[in-house]
Design a protein around this ligand. Sequence first.
Ligand SMILES: NC(=O)c1ccc[n+]([C@@H]2O[C@H](COP(=O)([O-])OP(=O)(O)OC[C@H]3O[C@@H](n4cnc5c(N)ncnc54)[C@H](OP(=O)(O)O)[C@@H]3O)[C@@H](O)[C@H]2O)c1
Length: 330
Amino acid sequence: MYTASKDRYTTMEYSHCGNSGLMLPKVSLGLWHNFGDTANFENMKKLCFTAFDNGITQFDLANNYGPEPGSAEKNFGRILKEDLGVYRDELIITTKAGYEMWDGPYGNWGSRKYLLASLDQSLKRMGLEYVDIFYHHRMDPDTPLEETMGALASAVQSGKALYVGLSNYDGKTLSEAAAILKDLHCPFVINQNRYSIFDRTVEKNGLKKTTGILKKGLITFSPLAQGQLTDRYLNGIPKDSRIRTDGRFLKESILDEHRMDQIRKLNELAAQRGEKLADMALGWLLQKEEVTSVLIGASKPQQILDNIKAVSCAPFTKEELKQIDEISLN
Ligand SMILES: NC(=O)c1ccc[n+]([C@@H]2O[C@H](COP(=O)([O-])OP(=O)(O)OC[C@H]3O[C@@H](n4cnc5c(N)ncnc54)[C@H](OP(=O)(O)O)[C@@H]3O)[C@@H](O)[C@H]2O)c1
């Protein structure tokens, strides 16, 4: 039986999610990879325990995480039931709906029918009465925003979610959605978007700026560009790496000469700062005032231990920030 470390709140830092009362850890753990039915259950437990023992209170899921879709929620539910569940009031558990989940017209996108049925399924798989944050996973061009936002508000009203979030929205749609959610008195607190040294989309599509103006939280997913912004691929492609074990979303072809040159130069800069590349990459995000938390993935407990050091990353000089841009944007 697992007992959480007594020291779990000594090193992690927490900050308010936008102007809400909800505080989130600077580093959160995502269960997109390594928690499906093809992964090792004992390792899943170790990842969760290492995270929680070090103050990572937020665990991020989605209906479709696996493989098979749904299996990450099922496996996390088992971990909750066997060990972590006694700490439920210390945990922020999030899930999402928006991508394809089941056959037919009601298992995808942003209808009220899909979102509310999916949330019920997620709760069942995890053995929970409520999630802390329920997200709409992606914008849906064919469903009225009022309908999708109404479904999120209903999730809260029914007691099945405490807060709601939006994922993969752009600045303009976020503004419109936020206005509707405000009218509905729905506690919308957070945006979840891809953001890293290698992916600056949120700086270009207005999301980051609008998040700041609206005083909402921003949690950044794939902050290490799925492992590229670490020392993982500096000396070839390891057998146990994401590229080799699950090439669905990270393909070997991305590591061309240009990308490898960028990674090597960023790694040298991190070394000059006395840091590992992963910590510099996470620290670069955490030092932006809009960013509430970085949402990492991990295949090994040691990666979590390495990555939480980013919380105490040295401030960046203007020259270092310029160098990072020169290396990564060219
Ligand atoms: N809302 C959305 O649409 C969306 C989309 C994608 C992800 N997400 C969320 O974001 C979470 C994180 O995404 P991600 O897994 O792509 O994040 P990431 O942190 O960019 O990548 C994680 C991977 O990088 C490698 N890694 C991590 N730390 C390392 C270290 N210190 N040294 C060497 N390698 C290291 C590991 O890969 P190896 O397997 O090679 O060890 C690990 O699985 C997901 O779990 C999910 O919750 C949300």
